[in-house]
Write a protein that binds this ligand. Structure first.
Ligand code: GRF
Length: 202
């Protein structure tokens, strides 16, 4: 059984896709052992509770400084002894200690085809705004391992999505989520749970 902790910051539709896939057999040999949010008001926490999953908020606002927050986050992870940490719309830059502790056991979903529209500052709607500004005809999503850089880790899965005439950043964001993110994130977890993917990064 792959023990997974999912880290979230917002609505949690990617989390929901994972919960649903575990329930309907799209993901096998996997248990979501905890959901952590840095934002107390994240609807994702409600989704976890509704599914009967341990849900915890670790907010930087509730700690004296960044160091104390980082330590609390590491503890919240370690308590559950996860085999895999999934960043599903988690808007916190992970401290190096967590990346070292869980080397090759942290994955992230990014809403573009890396190496396009990624790196520092490329999150949320901005990614889709930039894609539309550039005039690309195809965009998509990427699941990758997390290393010390921003969106630089080894790519696991990608899925392309067409840009259509008249797209707004909001419309494009929704299409990328529906057609790509909610598909490849559960798929990547299932592959890891069933030993179909390993990372050779050291
Ligand atoms: C997704 O677009 C994800 O790729 C990005 O943040 C968004 C999270 O959405 N990193 P949700 O909270 O899963 O609904």
């Amino acid at each position: 059984m792959l023990k997974v902790v999912v880290c979230v910051s917002g609505g949690g539709t990617n989390l929901q896709a994972i919960i649903d896939a575990v329930a309907n057999g799209g993901i096998t040999n996997t248990e979501i052992v905890r959901v952590i949010s840095n934002n107390r008001n994240a609807y994702a926490l409600k989704r976890a509770e509704n599914a009967g999953i341990d849900a915890l908020c670790v907010s930087p606002k509730e700690y004296a400084d960044r160091e104390a927050f980082n330590e609390a986050l590491l503890e919240a992870l370690q308590e559950k002894e996860p085999d895999l940490i999934v960043l599903a719309g988690f808007l916190v830059v992970l401290p190096e200690q967590i990346i070292h502790t869980y080397r090759n056991r942290i994955i992230n979903i990014h809403p573009s085809l890396i190496p396009s529209f990624c790196g520092k500052g490329f999150y949320g709607l901005t990614v889709h705004e930039k894609a539309l500004e550039k005039g690309v005809k195809v965009t998509g999503a990427t699941v990758h391992f997390v290393d010390e850089g921003t969106d630089t880790g080894k790519i696991i899965l990608q899925k392309a999505v067409n840009v259509e005439d008249g797209d707004t950043p909001e419309i494009l964001q929704k299409r990328v989520m529906e057609q790509a993110e909610w598909v490849i994130l559960p798929q990547a977890i299932n592959m890891i749970a069933n030993n179909k993917i390993t990372s050779d990064i050291n």
